[in-house]
Design a protein around this ligand. Structure first.
Ligand SMILES: Nc1ncnc2c1ncn2[C@@H]1O[C@H](COP(=O)(O)OP(=O)(O)OP(=O)(O)O)[C@@H](O)[C@H]1O
Ligand SMILES: O=P(O)(O)OC[C@H]1O[C@H](OP(=O)(O)OP(=O)(O)O)[C@H](O)[C@@H]1O
Ligand SMILES: O=C(O)c1cccnc1
Length: 465
């Protein structure tokens, strides 16, 4: 997608002009984090990093952006600066695909304050959306278990968001997408079946299947619910599957898109098996989500492949991830944002986050945040409850934030969607099941090093009225 530096909120540019006029060399550290897991989930899957880094490496204001800002009254010396604008900062980030939790830095930007401010909106826009959809996809994968997952959502996505949704779905565990552009650009497997319109355009359903099977025998899947699933679609599919066998072809599957998917899939499986077509797979679609798929599994539905659209790409029922970008340090001095709501008080300083891993390689259920300069952490304190703390000496400490961009250039090669997805699955295996259940999942602990907590409390007291 062609994104220029004007892909931001106006107030970022307005603030940037003031910085330009008063402290053009200021250095800032900003934290990206979110406050709640979406979908009442016990975890989230971090996604969108590659797109952010790709965009930042070449981000510029176009000449038409500059003309527009000129009309808005921005001053000429500032516009000259914007003409040569480049992001030249450093980024420390969690790995894309990692399992992440609320209220701990997932990514930190360390840059000139003007640059760090201008990129805020695009960074939030991409990370919040992809993390939301990757988390949804991962929950659907959790329900589908070994079932294959197809993303069919582009038509129902929020306009061009469908492009990033398909990438995020693949990171969260989807096996392929119907979205040709996303598949092409991100090297995601693409697949597809057929629409009702194709069958409706023929006088006879049987002829529709015959033509399709002759011209597109590879990975051929018949949609069998246009007129009557068990009385018309399935018998016609079986007739054509037998004709395909005579030509040395094999029907890949049939798709159910309405009705009781548990009942129809079991009946369809039995009838296909009776016809010696046990290799023909059953695809199901129709407003599926993690709960419907879980229920279908519990009912013993015979579904090999789940096609999911609307509920995946819109992140239903949660419209957005509440990710924020907060100033933590300015010119090497710590900064804080206070709030009456203690969960909204930001954390000062450049930081590192350590994940506690037990002897079996499983996550213990605690991430500890420390000053970057501390180097490690031995005791983690509850952010506000003084009676709660955790000794960390018995765990392996995994630092989660790594330098991914230095002076505006990537320092690590970008990974393919397949690699990120595999990494995500392996990290989810390390997360104990109690954090993955849908109802009242265990709450993963986030704590502060004693030094960070003390420094934060000093700042709270300094700014308290
Ligand atoms: N056995 C089942 N258990 C739980 N949910 C199911 C089952 N079968 C289907 N569903 C889900 O129930 C919903 C049924 O949708 P709906 O009421 O629109 O019926 P429909 O069969 O799609 O009718 P239409 O012919 O209008 O498409 C869908 O979300 C579908 O995935
Ligand atoms: O239900 P979703 O999870 O959003 O999955 C995508 C839906 O989109 C298609 O229907 P549509 O009616 O748009 O076209 P069709 O004629 O191909 O069925 C497909 O048949 C699915 O039902
Ligand atoms: O390939 C399919 O079956 C498909 C693709 C998009 C939407 N609905 C179905």
């Amino acid at each position: 997608m062609n994104i220029t530096a004007a892909y931001t909120d106006l107030y970022q540019i307005t603030m940037a002009q003031v910085y330009f006029g008063t402290k053009p060399d200021g250095r800032a550290v900003f934290d990206y984090y979110f406050r709640h897991n979406p979908f009442k989930s016990g975890y989230s899957i971090f996604a969108g990093l590659k797109d952010v880094l790709d965009i930042l490496e070449t981000l510029e204001f176009s000449s038409s952006d500059i003309s527009y800002l000129e009309q808005k009254g921005f001053e000429s010396d500032f516009l000259e600066y914007l003409k040569n604008f480049r992001f030249k900062g450093n980024i420390y980030s969690s790995k894309e695909g990692d399992v992440v939790f609320p209220n701990r830095p997932i990514l930190q930007v360390e840059a000139n304050i003007i640059e760090a401010q201008i990129i805020e909106t695009l960074l939030l826009n991409i990370l919040n959306f992809q993390t939301l959809i990757a988390t949804k996809a991962s929950r659907i994968k959790f329900s589908a278990k070994d079932g294959i997952l197809l993303d069919m959502g582009l038509r129902r996505a929020h306009a061009t968001g469908g492009y990033y949704a398909s990438r995020a779905a693949a990171i969260g565990g989807f096996d392929s997408t119907s979205n040709v552009k996303a598949a092409e650009d991100y090297d995601i497997p693409s697949t597809g079946t057929m629409a009702h319109s194709f069958i409706q355009s023929y006088d006879e359903e049987l002829q529709a299947f015959r033509d399709f099977a002759k011209m597109r025998p590879e990975n051929c899947v018949f949609l069998i619910d246009t007129y009557n699933t068990l009385k018309s679609g399935l018998p016609n599919a079986i007739t054509v599957a037998k004709e395909m066998e005579k030509r040395g072809d094999r029907l890949l599957g049939v798709r159910l898109d309405s009705g009781d998917l548990a009942y129809l899939s079991k009946k369809t499986r039995a009838i296909l098996d009776d016809a010696n077509l046990s290799y023909v797979k059953i695809v199901a679609s129709n407003q599926l989500d993690e709960y419907v798929i879980k229920s279908l599994k519990e009912q013993g539905a015979s579904i090999d492949i789940f096609g999911v659209g609307t509920n995946l790409v819109t992140g239903k029922p949660d419209a957005a991830l509440d990710g924020v970008y907060k100033l933590a340090e300015y010119n090497d001095t710590p900064r804080i944002k206070l709030s009456e709501n203690i969960i909204k008080i930001s954390l000062p300083f450049k930081k590192q986050v350590y994940r506690m891993v037990d002897d079996n390689g499983m996550f213990y259920g605690a991430d500890a945040i420390a000053l970057f300069s501390e180097g490690n952490v031995t005791l983690m304190e509850h952010p506000f409850d003084t009676t709660k703390s955790l000794e960390l000496n018995s765990f392996k400490h995994e630092p989660l934030l790594e330098l991914v961009m230095k002076n505006g250039k990537r320092v690590l090669p970008s990974r393919s969607v397949t690699e990120i997805s595999k990494y995500s699955q392996s990290r989810l295996k390390q997360l104990p099941n109690e954090y993955k259940r849908f109802q009242n999942p265990h709450i993963y602990k986030i704590g502060l090093s004693s030094t960070l907590k003390k420094e934060r409390d000093t700042l709270i007291n300094k700014h308290k009225f």
